[in-house]
Design a binder for this molecule. Sequence first.
Ligand code: NDP
Length: 433
Amino acid sequence: KKRTPGEPEFHQAVYEVAESVIPFILENPKYQQAGIIQRMTEPDRTVIFRVNWEDDAGNIRVNRGYRVQFNNSIGPYKGGLRFHPSVNLSILKFLGFEQTFKNSLTTLPMGAGKGGSDFNPKGKSDREVMRFCQAFMTELYHHIGANTDVPAGDIGVGAREISYMFGQYKRLAHEFTGVLTGKALEFGGSLIRTEATGYGNAFFMEEMLKHHGDSIAGKTCVVSGSGNVATYCTQKINHLGGKVVTMSDSSGFIYDPDGIDAEKLAFIIELKTVKRGRIAEYAEKYGCEFHAGKRPWEVKCDLAFPCATQNELDADDAKALVANGCKAVSEGANMPTTVEAIHVLQAAKLLYGPGKAANAGGVAVSGLEMSQNSLRMSWTEEDLEQKLKDIMTGIHAQCAKHGDDDGYMNYVKGANIAGFIKVADAMLAYGVA
Ligand code: NDP
């Protein structure tokens, strides 16, 4: 904390890992002697830069851009770009640190990074977003490359933003390479990438339940968020026979006891990705409740899927889930559950799938996009969905291998230790490097 003052989210992410990894390191002194955890908590490098762009009224605007290159022990730096006014170094360092473990769990050759800007795409015209993305990439392109660092999307960075940035990279670098993932299909994107994080989260929940003799079918589910992860998580829950009764955005949540079926979900996807509207419009259209300024954890459910943002589920929310009989929580978002809330869920013996395991499907399919780009070929949708499913099953198995806590399956411990070993062994092999 002394070396990194004012970085509470980063400290929180490190604390959560340290709780389970430090006891493991004490049992395996080779990692302690080599200072592995100290090295893993310090990014390889951080680039911070000014981004000037011109708005539609001709004013010059200034934002701050970042890329945190955390660890490339097992592959090129890999992780998303976030455009949101809350973006700062602490948030990007927590995300980059978590990415180290997540990418390791996928078993694919990907290191860890994260980046973004405090630019807010909300309320901006397409042209303004384009000019910002081009200005952002004009600096970022010096630091990335298909074998160096391969960014992707995150909050506020979807297909539109990736396309503008890829176009600018191609123009500046004078080459066509797989330098970003989440690209459109016409220029090197992968089928299933858009759906991958949400689908993967539903698959991970299904695996946790299967391991405990249960399944998603017939369960009432509460989902937060209404962006990329939330919508495709809802879609896969529907495929698996569950019923989703809530979705949300930063203005509140909707409660639809009849369930958000395929047709209603298509309305939400259109609302959020094309019209860029608010979730309250769903309540008006379908005549259901809208709870302004609230999060959905007070709604009675069997399963919960936080898919919006960090620290959106606190200890009181966790107590409400437990009191309402919720059986399991699987995180589509990164670090949506506070440390205190994790302790409440685990004390009540709920199954709790941390984001670094449960939402790894997105980066896994990004890894498959990189492979397809290198091979200059495309796999089919069926192939890719099967690969995604297999990867999520494999991640669950790795967590289960290391997660036993006196008969309780502690997925946090399992994910942290399994993710740690591969990266730590690579770092040991390199010596003091
Ligand atoms: P989107 O931008 O598509 O959607 C974000 C959703 O979360 C929106 O509904 C947004 O509401 C809501 N939200 C964002 N910030 C806040 C906030 N401060 N308070 C309340 N609601 C908020 O992002 P994604 O779906 O891509 O990302 C969601 C989460 O999943 C993030 O934690 C991200 O890091 C994580 N993730 C994403 C991956 C991906 O492949 N996209 C991969 C792995 C993890 P509003 O529109 O009102 O802002």
